[in-house]
Design a protein around this ligand. Structure first.
Ligand code: 0X9
Ligand code: CA
Ligand code: CA
Ligand code: CA
Ligand code: ZN
Length: 309
C-alpha cells in the first residue's frame, strides 16, 4: 500500500470504493461499469456521470482517463476529483448541474491497475511506469495510430518506452481502444473531447506527438489552430505550459494521437504537478492533492464546453 505519510492517496481498492460510493449516493447520475480487463485479469473500472445515466442520450460525451502510467498516482486523484465534483456538486451547484445534464462524462481513474498496484505493493515506491506484461509495455506507446513509426518509442522490452510486440498487445490499451471504438453510434463517434492525465511537468499537450508538424495529414490548419487556442485557454486557468506534445519529445503510438488520428476526438495530455524534479516528482506529498486537483477544475470545464462545439 501507500506509505503511512501518503495515505491520502487512493489505492486501487479505495478508488473502487469511491466509485461505489458515488453510485450509492447519486444513483440517478452515476453508473459504474468496466472498459475490460488488465493483463493480470483485473476489471478496469469506468464511471459514467450524466442525468438519466442509464440511458444513452444524444449528448456530447467526454472521456477522462488517469493513471495509465503506474507511478503517476496524483492523476488517479484528479479523476476522483472529477467524479466527486460532478456528483456531490449536482444538487446544489447550478453550474455543475448544467454540465452534468448536457453531457455524458466517462471517467477511468486507473487505466493500468496492475502497474499501479505493483508500484505501491511493497510499501515502498518502485518507480514503475509500464503495465505488468512480462517486463512491461508502455501502454502510451502501444496504440495503433503510427505505432513505432518515428523513433518515439523503443523496441527493447526492458526500455521504459517499450512499445510492445504489436499495436494493442497490451490488454489495457486494447481494452480502452475497443471501448472508445464502441462509442461510434450510427456512424458517429460520440466522444467529442478527452484528457489523458499524466504527471509531471505542468503541461497542456495537444497532438500530434509523432511529428513536429502542426497541420499535417489528419490535422488541418483550422483543426490545429483550435488545439492551440483551447490548449492555451486551459493553460491560462491552471498555469501550465501549453505546447504541441512533440515539442516535449517525439512519441509514437500514444493515446492522444490515436484519439485524434482515428476518431477526431479533441484530445489532450495533461502533465500535472510538479513542474520539475527527478523520480521524486512522481511522488508528491498527499498534502498537495486538494490543491493540485482543484487547480484543474476550470480547465476541465473548458474541455466539457468544447465538447459541445
Ligand atoms: O512520455 C509520455 O508518455 C508522457 N510523459 S510522461 O512523463 N507522463 O511519461 C508524454 C506524452 C506526450 N505525448 C503525447 N501525448 N503524444
Ligand atoms: Ca503526508
Ligand atoms: Ca444524460
Ligand atoms: Ca450518448
Ligand atoms: Zn505518464
Amino acid at each position: 500500500d501507500f506509505p503511512p505519510q501518503d495515505q491520502g492517496f487512493h489505492n486501487f481498492d479505495e478508488m473502487k470504493a469511491e466509485l461505489d460510493k458515488a453510485v450509492a449516493d447519486h444513483g440517478g447520475i452515476a453508473a459504474k461499469s468496466s472498459v475490460g480487463k488488465s493483463f493480470e485479469g483485473r476489471e478496469i473500472p469506468l464511471l459514467k456521470i450524466s442525468d438519466n445515466v442509464a440511458q444513452d442520450e444524444d449528448e456530447p460525451e467526454v472521456l477522462f482517463n488517469c493513471n495509465q502510467h503506474a507511478r503517476e498516482h496524483l492523476t488517479t486523484e484528479m479523476c476522483l476529483r472529477i467524479v466527486n465534483r460532478f456528483t456531490d456538486g449536482y444538487a446544489n451547484d447550478p453550474a455543475i448541474k448544467e454540465i452534468v445534464d448536457s453531457r455524458e462524462i466517462w471517467v477511468v481513474p486507473v487505466t493500468n491497475p496492475d502497474g499501479s498496484i505493483y508500484d505501491v505493493q511493497s510499501g515502498q515506491y518502485r518507480g514503475w511506469r509500464k503495465n505488468r506484461q512480462n517486463t512491461g509495455t508502455d501502454t502510451n506507446r502501444n496504440w495503433d495510430y503510427k505505432w513505432g513509426c518515428c523513433g518515439g518509442s523503443s523496441g527493447n522490452p526492458s526500455a521504459e518506452t517499450y512499445r510492445g510486440t504489436a499495436p494493442f498487445s497490451a490488454p489495457e490499451a486494447g481494452a480502452l481502444a475497443r471501448w472508445v471504438d464502441s462509442r461510434v453510434v450510427g456512424g458517429r463517434q460520440q466522444i467529442r473531447a478527452h484528457i489523458d492525465w499524466h504527471t509531471y511537468s505542468e503541461l497542456v499537450l495537444w497532438p500530434f506527438g509523432y511529428t513536429y508538424d502542426g497541420a499535417t495529414t489528419g490535422m488541418t490548419q483550422q483543426e490545429y489552430d483550435r488545439f492551440v487556442r483551447v490548449g492555451r485557454e486551459m493553460a491560462q486557468t491552471n498555469g501550465y505550459t501549453p505546447q504541441q506534445s512533440s515539442d516535449l519529445y517525439i512519441t509514437d503510438g500514444s493515446t492522444t494521437d490515436w484519439m485524434w488520428g482515428k476518431h477526431k476526438i479533441f484530445s489532450f495530455t495533461f502533465e500535472m504537478f510538479p513542474s520539475s524534479g527527478g523520480i521524486d516528482g512522481f511522488y508528491p506529498d498527499d498534502e498537495v492533492i486538494g490543491r493540485e486537483t482543484t487547480r484543474n477544475d476550470a480547465a476541465v470545464d473548458i474541455l466539457l464546453r468544447e465538447a459541445g462545439v
